[in-house]
Design a protein. Structure first.
Length: 448
C-alpha cells in the first residue's frame, strides 16, 4: 500500500524537484529495521489500526490480536514520541530530507533564488578547485508516463555525483528519494545533454541510490574525501541544482555546524518518524533540487551527500548531508548487489522509556529496570518467532550490551552484528529475567 505525501506538509522535505505528491512504499511493521531498532513504534501503532495489503499476506505472531491495553500502550507511546521530539514541527511548518518542488513554494516564497556570498572572492585557486569539483555533479531526473497514450515526462529532479568510471561506464550516486518511483531515470550532464541511466540499486533507509550511465559521455569524476576528519567550523561548499536545472551547478558556501547529528526521518511519507540517520549539519544553503549533490571541503573533496534540511518558517541555515564515509560501503553494495544486506530479527518494538507508568503493569517490569524495548509484535517464521520471543517481552541487552533505547539496538545490529551471527538477548518476561538466543538472517525483498 502506498502513502502519498504533499511536500508542503512533509516533516522533512527531500531535495528533489517533484511535480507530484511524493510516494513511498509502506514498509512492513514487523521485520524491518525501523521497527526493530529505530522508529518502529510509530509504524507499530499504525499497523494496529490499519493493515496494509502486504501485511495480509504475511502473518504475524502476537498470541492474540493486540488487546485494547496493548493498543492503548502503543498509541500512548506515539503521543509521547510526537510531542517530546523537536524534529516534528507544528502544522504550519515543514521540515526537509531536502525535498520539495518548484511549484510548492517551499523555502522560495518569492520565487527568486537566494543571493549567496560569492565563493572564494579574490581567491582564484579555491575558485578553480570548486569549478573542477562542480563538473562531477550532474542533474538527475525521474521520468513517469501518465498513460499509455503519452510520452514519459519529467516528474522530479535532483542532483548526483559521478564517483567512478570503469569499463566504459560511469557511476553516479544520488538520493533514493530522487529516483524512487521513477519509470525511467535520466542524468543531465554539464553541457545540458540528457542521457539514460540505469538504477543499479536504491536503499530507502540510507536514502542512497546508484546509477550507471554511458562513460563516454562523462569527463570528470569526483574526488571522494573522508568525513571522519571533519571539524565543526570547517568551510564546506554545497554543489547541486536548486529549483531545477535552470540553476544547475549552483555553489553555496557555509561551515560544518555539527557532526554526528541524529535526525528522525519519515521514509514512507505518512508524516511520522520511522527511521533515524546520522548526518553532517551545515549552514550552506541547501534547497529543493540539491538532494544527491556534493558537500565538498575547501580542497574540493566530497565529504558528504546533500540530503535534507529543516524548513520551518522560524528556522534558517540548518541543512544535512550524509557523511561520505557512511555512504561509501552502501554505494559499493548497491553497485555490486543492488541492495544493502542487513540483519533481520522480526519484531516491532516500543521503547520502555516511552511507556506511560499506567501501562508498566502490563509488561510487569521490575522497578529497578529503567531501559529496554517492549516487543509489540513478532512475525511468524522470523528468528524472533523461532526463538520464542513473545509480545510484551522486554529486551534489555544484546550480547551483553545494554539496550536502553531503540537507537542502541539499531546501532548494534547494523554496526556490530552480522547476518548469520547468533546473538543472545537478555529479556524480562512476566517480571522474570531470561536469556534468549537467536540467529540473525538477511531481510528478504518483501521485508525491505
Amino acid at each position: 500500500m502506498d502513502y502519498n505525501n504533499n511536500h508542503n506538509d512533509h516533516p522533512y522535505n527531500h531535495g528533489d524537484m517533484d511535480d507530484e505528491n511524493q510516494t513511498y512504499n509502506k514498509q512492513e511493521t514487523t521485520g524491518n529495521p525501523e521497527s526493530e531498532a529505530t522508529g518502529g513504534i510509530a509504524q507499530t501503532a499504525r499497523q494496529n489500526t490499519k493493515v496494509s495489503q502486504t501485511e495480509k499476506s504475511k502473518p504475524k505472531k502476537s498470541g492474540n490480536v493486540l488487546s485494547g491495553i496493548a493498543g492503548g500502550l502503543i498509541s500512548a507511546i506515539i503521543v509521547v514520541l510526537l510531542f517530546t521530539t523537536n524534529i516534528i514541527p507544528s502544522n504550519d511548518t515543514s521540515t526537509s530530507p531536502d525535498s520539495g518542488d518548484a511549484s510548492s513554494g517551499n523555502d522560495a516564497s518569492t520565487g527568486t533564488p537566494e543571493v549567496t556570498e560569492t565563493l572564494a572572492s579574490g581567491n582564484a585557486d579555491v575558485a578553480s578547485t570548486m569549478d573542477e569539483a562542480s563538473k562531477a555533479v550532474v542533474g538527475v531526473t525521474r521520468m513517469k508516463q501518465q498513460s499509455i497514450w503519452e510520452q514519459s515526462k519529467e516528474s522530479g529532479s535532483g542532483s548526483g555525483i559521478v564517483y567512478k568510471k570503469e569499463n566504459g561506464n560511469a557511476y553516479v550516486v544520488t538520493n533514493h528519494h530522487v529516483v524512487n518511483g521513477a519509470q525511467e531515470v535520466e542524468v543531465v550532464l554539464n553541457d545540458k545533454e540528457h542521457i539514460k541511466a540505469e538504477v543499479l540499486g536504491s536503499d530507502k533507509l540510507s536514502d542512497l541510490a546508484v546509477l550507471k550511465v554511458d562513460g563516454s559521455k562523462v569527463d570528470t569524476v569526483a574526488n571522494l574525501g573522508s568525513s571522519k576528519d571533519l571539524k565543526v567550523g570547517e568551510t564546506v561548499i554545497a554543489i547541486g541544482n536548486p529549483l531545477g536545472m535552470e540553476f544547475a551547478n549552483t555553489l553555496t558556501k557555509g561551515i560544518v555546524s555539527g557532526l554526528d547529528r541524529s535526525v528522525s526521518m519519515d521514509t514512507n511519507g505518512d508524516k511520522q518518524p520511522d527511521w533515524i540517520t546520522e548526518v553532517i549539519q551545515t549552514d550552506a544553503a541547501i534547497n529543493p533540487g540539491n538532494s544527491g549533490g556534493a558537500l565538498v571541503n575547501s580542497d574540493g573533496k566530497v565529504v558528504g551527500i546533500n540530503s535534507m534540511k529543516i524548513a520551518q518558517t522560524a528556522v534558517e541555515g540548518i541543512g544535512f548531508a550524509i557523511p561520505i564515509d557512511t555512504a561509501k560501503p552502501i554505494i559499493e553494495q548497491l553497485e555490486t548487489d543492488g541492495k544493502v544486506a542487513r540483519p533481520f530479527i522480526g519484531i516491532s518494538t516500543a521503547s520502555i522509556k516511552q511507556v506511560p507508568r499506567q501501562y508498566r503493569d502490563q509488561v510487569q517490569l521490575p522497578e529497578d529496570v529503567k531501559g529496554g524495548m517492549v516487543v509489540a509484535q513478532v512475525e511468524t517464521g522470523s528468528p524472533a518467532d523461532n526463538a520464542n520471543l513473545q509480545q510484551f517481552d522486554v529486551i534489555t541487552k544484546i550480547n551483553g550490551n545494554d539496550i536502553t533505547s531503540l537507537i542502541d539496538l539499531r546501532k548494534y545490529l547494523y554496526k556490530e552484528a552480522e547476518i548469520g551471527e547468533k546473538v543472545e538477548l537478555e529479556i524480562y518476561r512476566n517480571g522474570e529475567k531470561q536469556n534468549v538466543s537467536l540467529e540473525l538472517v538477511e531481510r528478504s525483498s518483501q521485508q525491505q
